[in-house]
Design a protein around this ligand. Structure first.
Ligand code: NI
Length: 253
């Protein structure tokens, strides 16, 4: 089995105690590629470092909505240059997060999201979209631009899925689909066309059952894939292989 983890954060401090050793075990557990996704500017730089250090790692660079506050002055002007480095394949993660009251104002988040979509389109790169409790505004912006890319940890309904598909984007599902109460995600997993689905962990977060609540790593993607394959009534090997092909295609590898 060859697994492409399309969304991981190995720069997270949760991996500080044993990062090197853990990454060293991933390949023997069937993980053939990892896209390490930057959330902050520093995280983007770390992602690029990993892509240089490990031949099976690739990087995405972008500013998460949580860090949108001073992004326009401090980070966006420096972002484009990061894409001159090798193996930086996508702009992400970017988007809108209305879940936390302390997040930057919505108008700021939207501007930073739009500017990064414009950068991605200029560079011809796909985007990795974070949408938490912001479905309507996210869709409005995506409809305006028609960018290429993926809705990461997709949490919308089957109806929203159809809108995303009609824009030509991919959907990615992670550990949350294995949770008992994840009715919407399970319905999406069953309905999404095979050529539009990616697999991800979002590690260290979102460990799938039976490890819910623990630190996640890319090898746990098997548990997520097993649940999705069962919902779709297809062999898990086939699902994992197709999702990997989709990821390779989206990232133009
Ligand atoms: Ni993430």
């Amino acid at each position: 089995m060859k697994i492409f983890d399309s969304h991981a954060h190995y720069d997270d401090e949760a991996f500080d105690p044993d990062r090197e050793a853990l990454i060293g075990t991933l390949r023997e557990k069937g993980v053939s590629e990892v896209l390490n996704v930057g959330a902050s500017f520093e995280g983007s730089l770390r992602s690029i470092e990993f892509a240089q250090k490990y031949d099976f790692f690739y990087a995405a660079a972008g500013i998460h909505p949580e860090y949108a506050q001073d992004a326009e002055e401090r980070y966006l002007p420096q972002l484009e240059a990061l894409f001159e480095r090798p193996k930086v394949l996508a702009v992400g993660e970017i988007g809108l997060d209305y879940h936390w009251a302390e997040n930057p104002p919505r108008e700021t988040q939207k501007r930073v999201f739009e500017k990064q979509i414009e950068l991605a389109m200029k560079l011809g790169k796909p985007i990795i979209v974070h949408d938490r409790d912001a479905h309507a505004d996210t869709l409005e912006i995506l409809r305006k631009y028609h960018p290429e890319g993926v809705m990461h940890c997709f949490s919308g309904s089957v109806e929203m899925m159809r809108e995303i598909l009609s824009l030509g984007m991919y959907l990615s599902l992670g550990g949350a689909v294995t949770f008992k109460n994840a009715k919407k995600a399970k319905a999406v997993a069953a309905a999404v066309p095979a050529d539009r689905l990616l697999l991800e962990t979002d590690c260290p977060y979102m460990a799938p059952e039976p490890n819910r609540g623990k630190r996640c790593d890319s090898s746990m993607i098997r548990d997520t894939a097993a649940v999705i394959a069962e919902l779709r009534g297809e062999p898990v090997d086939l699902l994992v292989a197709r999702c990997r092909e989709n990821t390779l295609k989206m990232l133009r590898l």
